[in-house]
Design a protein around this ligand. Structure first.
Ligand code: PEP
Length: 249
């Protein structure tokens, strides 16, 4: 269902004490009741984070999971492991996973299938690189990413999918897509979904924007009609900033 969602992606930051403190600080903030809030912590903190947030409005998400159900995959984490500690949501396809860990659309399609088979919700990340934006192929790139990883799904499976459009050139760079650029791409994504499925499905999907969202720009970005929220990296590591972004709706 289409919701306002603000999700934090902590990436590989904070030690255990800092993680626990950030969650306690967030829990002490007044967070808009109209906005769903999630934090994707490093994997080692997920179980503690799930316990800490059990009676709060904050959901805990993984940053990644493996495509196999179990087996000889040293260092990896499965969907059933996540579920067994109370984590039911995972990011998939973050641009850093694609760039540094060579995650392809095909691999992501396999991860999507495994996550859905295990009843997980997915925040699926995608977006174009700077050269693709400059060469004006960004709409095609995004369409292809969606087609390759998600368009094999039945319409009913999309109830478990949240999309996060993250132009790579705006992630961790301080560079933000303008509200108009975000809206233009989100409208494109909805049109592609409507063409592949139907308008009802396209209107039911939450599409988040990610890329240097901060308290100073969140309101303008979130006011765009097809922007349903944000995936927040750097600014999710400070309780005050993250709460201000949540409350920017
Ligand atoms: C991200 O990592 O998903 C992200 C959007 O990072 P930042 O907000 O730091 O650009």
């Amino acid at each position: 269902m289409r919701n306002h969602i603000v999700a934090g992606n902590w990436k590989m930051n904070l030690n255990a004490a800092e993680s626990q403190k950030l969650i306690e600080d967030l829990k002490s903030k007044k967070l808009s009741s109209d906005v769903r809030v999630a934090i994707a912590t490093p994997a080692v903190y997920l179980a503690t984070a799930a316990n800490q947030t059990a009676n709060s409005k904050i959901d805990v998400a993984a940053q990644n999971m493996h495509q196999a159900d179990s087996g000889a995959f040293t260092g990896e984490i499965s969907a059933s492991m996540l579920k067994s500690i109370g984590v039911h949501t995972t990011l998939l396809g973050h641009s850093e996973r694609r760039a540094y860990f060579h995650e392809t659309d095909e691999l992501l399609a396999a991860k999507v299938n495994t996550a859905l088979k295990n009843g997980m919700e997915i925040i699926f990340c995608f977006g174009e690189e700077l050269d693709e934006r400059k060469s004006e192929s960004h709409f095609d790139v995004v369409t292809t990413q969606l087609r390759n990883a998600l368009f094999h799904l039945d319409a009913s499976q999309w109830s478990q999918i949240i999309l996060a459009y993250e132009p790579v050139w705006a992630i961790g760079t301080g560079e933000t897509a303008s509200p108009e650029q975000a809206q233009e791409m989100h409208a494109h994504i909805r049109a592609v979904l409507a063409a592949q499925y139907d308008d009802a499905l396209a209107q039911s999907i939450s599409i988040l924007y990610g890329g240097s969202v901060k308290p100073a720009n969140a309101q303008e970005i979130f006011s765009q009609p097809d922007v349903d929220g944000g995936l927040i990296g750097g600014a999710s590591l400070k309780a005050d900033d993250f709460a201000a972004i949540v409350n920017a709706f």
